[in-house]
Design a protein around this ligand. Structure first.
Ligand SMILES: [Zn+2]
Length: 533
């Protein structure tokens, strides 16, 4: 609550009366959270809707009644903004409880959106349409513009939420914390500079760009959005354009993992196109990756990238991958131990060779469970699961997270940090993980050298690992986790104090000493020793 001369001047009787009056006006509900207020059971506050400092009046027209708790934890001083953010938090929470990534889809669903098909026709270069299902039979007409270079046809139309959908195919991203700033911006009355983009697909208007701006406006009560709609567009081209904008051209800040996911979609689309071009049925996979690269000659480089990134995505986002819940996919959050970028640099890029394009049919030996890409995917997921089971599950605490861990130890504020949590945090630091993953690589190669089985050292995970090899890997990971240095708090200000270069840990693992001479291991790491149970 801000300073209010008006409220300070009220007697306690008058204050009570005002509380009652606002309570009636607000239908017995809290201004921020919208839930019921029981005046006998709940503590309440009267607060300015628009803060005095931003020009709000100090009188009854600018007061609202809230739960005291809601007021204390409000996300903005302006109560209209705080209300919008509280509503959004609820939607996000509900989506997360269903283990879904919160996105425009959830916001639309919670705001009476995504209900109806878009009914339209094209006559004389105009788009004619009506929103009849909304009870509005007005026939609207708008020009269709054609872009001469791409031949794309678009129109600009105002669409009620009931007719809007989120395009999960082209834009699988979720929403992030930038929404708060956008809500404030729109609440100030500033206009949207770049309008959202959508396409008509299966008679639905699907927004694929500008979802954050759309969400912010919907949260502030907007019932219809102005969008640029692409008519009869080629989805394949649109995914590619949008992906390139987000990766190579950096027009949109796409996270690496999202680019991987989009490349996965593009790869699937290329396979369908190949099948169509060759008159093959959709379940016919008798052609190879090399055939695909050959067929789409003009974009060889792209197809190779799609194949590799598709594989990375299938592993990372695999529903059975237990490491997934420990990977931070967006931005620089401090709850999870492993950033996607670290995961890709240290593990995926080590074991998935970007140069490999297979010449055997895509379904080669799939019936016997010996298909190289499937094995690579499944076995890398299995490796991820071993890492999660041995080093993270039940050990790493997301509530403590990674923020200033070593500093807390130095400051003696580390009571809640368990040894297991500390170990997990340290083991998954990029420069450390990069080095121990190499030992896994080494132990797999050693194993095959000893058994005499032929293996392809550039595509290790493409042949089936025997049970014994899995046992060895698990023992190695477990023994790695049990090394005393990860739990040694006296190293917080030295060895673990800052970010070291990769070589620093390579030296430490090879010699037991860091380059500056600190002893961190009783002896160098030896793979043969470390695979003993
Ligand atoms: Zn409330």
């Amino acid at each position: 609550m801000g300073n209010s001369k008006y409220l300070d001047g009220l007697s306690s009787e008058e204050y009570k009366a005002l509380t009652k009056k606002l309570w009636e006006i607000q239908n017995h509900r809290c201004f921020i959270c919208g839930e019921e207020i029981d005046l006998e059971l709940n503590s309440t506050n009267i607060d300015h809707i628009k803060p005095i400092v931003t020009g709000g009046k100090d009188d009854e027209t600018n007061f609202a009644l809230t739960h005291e708790n809601c007021n204390k934890s409000k996300q903005d001083a302006d109560l209209e903004v705080a209300k919008a953010m509280a509503k959004l938090s609820k939607i996000i929470k509900a989506a997360e409880e269903k283990h879904e990534t919160p996105s425009l889809k959830h916001v639309l669903a919670a705001n009476d959106g995504s209900k109806y098909d878009f009914i339209y026709k094209i006559e004389d270069g105009k788009l004619l349409y009506a929103f009849s299902k909304n009870g509005d039979d007005t026939i609207r007409s708008t020009d269709i513009f054609m872009d001469r270079l791409s031949n794309e046809q678009t129109a600009f139309i105002q669409v009620p939420l009931q007719y809007l959908y989120h395009d999960e195919m082209i834009n699988p991203r979720g929403i992030n914390s930038s929404i708060g700033l956008l809500i404030k911006e729109f609440h100030k009355g500033n206009p949207q500079l770049h309008i959202s983009l959508a396409r008509i697909d299966d008679n639905k208007i699907k927004i694929f760009d500008g979802q954050h701006k759309a969400v912010a406006q919907i949260m502030l009560g907007t019932k219809a959005l102005l969008v640029r709609v692409f008519i009869n567009t080629d989805v394949d081209r649109m995914i590619e354009t949008n992906t390139t904008a987000g990766s190579k051209l950096k027009q949109i800040a796409f996270d690496k993992s999202i680019v991987r996911q989009l490349h996965d979609t593009l790869y699937t689309e290329r396979i369908k196109k190949y099948q169509a071009d060759h008159g093959l049925s959709e379940d016919n996979f008798t052609f190879s990756e090399a055939n695909l690269v050959e067929h789409f000659k003009g974009e060889r480089g792209n197809i190779r990238t799609y194949i590799i990134n598709s594989q990375k995505n299938l592993i990372t986002k695999n529903p059975t991958n237990k490491l997934q819940s420990y990977i931070n996919f967006e931005g620089r959050g401090s709850e999870l131990p492993l950033s996607y970028s670290t995961f890709e640099k240290t593990l995926l890029s080590r074991f998935i060779n970007p140069k490999t394009i297979l010449t055997k049919p895509i379904d080669y030996r799939a019936d016997e469970g010996l298909n190289p890409r499937v094995l690579e995917k499944e076995q890398l997921v299995q490796l991820c699961n071993i890492l999660a089971e041995e080093l993270l599950i039940g050990k790493y605490n997301t509530e403590i997270g990674t923020y200033r861990i070593e500093n807390k130890i130095i400051d003696g504020k580390d009571k809640d940090i368990t040894d297991n949590h500390l170990a997990a945090y340290r083991i998954f630091k990029e420069e450390i993980m990069y080095n121990w993953v190499q030992y896994i690589d080494r132990l797999i190669k050693n194993f095959f050298s000893l058994t005499g089985e032929l293996y392809d050292e550039n595509n290790l995970f493409q042949i089936k690992f025997p049970e014994q090899l899995w046992t060895n890997i698990r023992s190695f990971v477990r023994n790695l986790g049990n090394l005393p240095l990860w739990k040694d708090r006296s190293m917080a200000s030295t060895v673990f104090g800052g970010k070291q270069v990769y070589d620093y840990w390579q030296t430490a693992f090879r010699t037991g000493k860091t380059p500056d001479g600190t002893i961190v291991l009783s002896k160098p790491i030896n793979v043969v020793e470390m695979i003993k149970p």
